[in-house]
Write a protein that binds this ligand. Structure first.
Ligand SMILES: NC(=O)c1ccc[n+]([C@@H]2O[C@H](COP(=O)([O-])OP(=O)(O)OC[C@H]3O[C@@H](n4cnc5c(N)ncnc54)[C@H](O)[C@@H]3O)[C@@H](O)[C@H]2O)c1
Length: 324
């Protein structure tokens, strides 16, 4: 820890989700007391270790409900805020969703952190805050930031609140702009969609766009390791890191890998157009020099991360998506 104090309890919002549940395991392995808040709108209880596990508690509640959540911040050393709508398309279809579960949720978490003197807050932001960048790899200093989805707008607005709370109330904050994070327990994203489509019709795979969209894919384990390292070692009041791999992979290559894993019989059909769907950022590659400078190295490239995730999904099918 940068301040050398003994680590106290950690509040993890969204801890039953795909990334949160990996984070919770890592924190428990470090001997931390972990207080998870999750409304199970997307996450699942079974993603977490057994609730008998020493040091772990789960409160099934909305982070915006102080009557259920406030006491959990008492005496906490850190809050890791991962709870959010995590599916861009759900936010496009329901324009209030990212305002509520993005911006307002972040405000409520920060406000509890302030009221209970929690000294450190960590936020899961996204590379989508860059909008359609014109510089690749895109550095953290890139601007102006022009989000192109309501989800991205909520991430950028939340970053602004985290920054303002840091300078106004003395919290130390870390904000991580993720590439595409993949691993078990995902309920959205390209692999999830492809598996669902092939389950519904094994003879064809519809790909939104021309397949030339190319992005960086990072495994959940690598993502969590990077966040823990940066949050342990960087002492500024406001710390922002891109998290991704140094390479990328096209949607066409991913489609071919998924079809091959299913026996190679499905016909791949492209709907056409550079942007697959409203809210999609077709080209994404993040500059990761800042996190690399701390000594972090991803264990998987984008291609090997995709391969590993496909192999996992072939054995354990993805969970059902949250209700629209
Ligand atoms: N997976 C990615 O590629 C990616 C990329 C960029 C950013 N992120 C961000 O990382 C975080 C975790 O993403 P994930 O992929 O694990 O998604 P996820 O949907 O698996 O996890 C989000 C969790 O938050 C919970 N939640 C949502 N709204 C809540 C609320 N109001 N109160 C309490 N709990 C609530 C859900 O039940 C779920 O368990 C999210 O903030 C997401 O926006 C993810």
């Amino acid at each position: 820890m940068v301040d050398g104090r003994s680590p106290g309890p950690v509040v993890v919002t969204g801890g039953a989700g795909a990334i949160g549940s990996v984070l919770v395991r890592e924190l428990l392995a470090r001997g931390r007391e972990v207080r998870v808040i999750d409304n199970l709108s997307g996450g699942r209880r079974e993603h977490l270790p057994s609730l008998d596990t020493k040091g772990l508690s789960l409160t099934v509640a909305d982070v915006k409900d102080p009557t259920r959540c406030s006491s959990l911040f008492e005496g906490a050393a850190e809050v890791w805020h991962l709870a959010a709508n995590s599916d861009i398309r759900r936010g496009t279809n329901n324009p209030r969703l990212d305002l509520e579960d993005g911006v307002l949720a972040s405000y409520c978490v920060l406000e509890e952190a302030r009221r209970h003197d929690v000294p450190h807050a960590v936020f899961s932001s996204s590379s989508v805050v860059y909008g359609f960048p014109t510089v690749f790899p895109t550095p953290e200093s890139y601007g102006p930031l022009r989000p192109e989805s309501l989800y991205a707008a909520a991430k950028l607005a939340s970053e602004a609140f985290f920054s303002a709370y840091a300078y106004s109330y003395g919290l130390r904050v870390h904000m991580f702009r993720f590439a595409n994070i993949i691993g078990p327990a995902m309920t959205h994203g390209v692999l999830y969609d492809f598996f669902a489509k092939l389950r519904a019709d094994p003879s064809r795979l519809e790909v939104l766009g021309d397949g030339r969209q190319a992005k960086s894919y990072l495994r959940t384990e690598d993502c969590v390791a990077a966040m823990l390292l940066a949050s342990d070692t960087t002492p500024e009041p406001v710390n922002i890191f891109n998290l991704g791999t140094a390479d990328r992979i096209s949607v066409r290559e991913i489609a071919e890998k998924v079809v091959a894993a299913h026996g190679g019989r499905a016909r791949i059909e492209y709907t056409g157009g550079a942007q697959g769907w409203v809210g999609d950022v077709p080209q994404q590659l993040l500059a990761i020099d800042r996190i690399l400078a701390l000594g972090w190295r991803p264990r998987w490239t984008s291609a090997t991360a995709v391969d590993k995730s496909i192999a996992e999904l072939m054995t354990v099918p993805p969970p059902a998506a949250p209700a629209a």
